[in-house]
Design a protein around this ligand. Structure first.
Ligand SMILES: [Zn+2]
Length: 157
């Protein structure tokens, strides 16, 4: 790290202190060039990555968007709102654990499908293969909803 005072390329760490909660590290540094001291703070970056869509456009990850899709898709399935929220929580945790600044919408889609499988095997078996034809998870969830509706009509006399 460059010295903020003289721009010298090299500094030495003279003290390292971990915060009480263990979530940040403060380092006292000294410039080898001008001997001035400064400190740096290292914190966990909990910013969700930007979503890269198939056409290359980028958009912020939207919890609401996935939640809305799941709510529609599971309208008539025995999957509670809590379980749906848990899916979105797991997607968020997964994205944070990647430590990437950008992720493809495809990867998010695959993760959502995997998590749907955990809560609703029937929906998964029926629709997982269909998913791959869609460009976006929200398009897929829309289709999932349509298919569930169609199946209901066929079951009814
Ligand atoms: Zn300096």
């Amino acid at each position: 790290m460059k010295c903020p005072f003289c721009g010298f390329e090299n500094t030495k760490v003279i003290e390292t202190r971990v915060s009480k909660d263990g979530l940040s590290i403060r380092r006292r540094r000294e410039c080898i060039g001008c001997s001035k001291r400064f400190s740096t703070l290292e914190v966990v970056d909990l910013t969700l990555p930007v979503v890269v869509k198939k056409d290359g456009r980028r958009e912020p990850f939207s919890r609401e968007k996935i939640m809305k899709g799941l709510r529609k898709a599971f309208e008539k399935r025995p999957v509670s709102v809590e379980e749906q929220e848990e899916i979105v929580n797991k997607v968020e945790k997964f994205l944070l654990s990647l430590g990437e600044r950008e992720v493809s919408s495809q990867l998010i889609g695959e993760k959502v499908i995997e998590l749907i499988r955990e809560v609703d095997e029937v929906a998964y078996v029926r629709f997982a293969s269909v998913y791959r034809q869609f460009k976006d998870i929200s398009d897929f969830l829309e289709e999932l909803r349509r298919l569930i509706k169609r199946d209901e009509k066929q079951i009814l006399p």
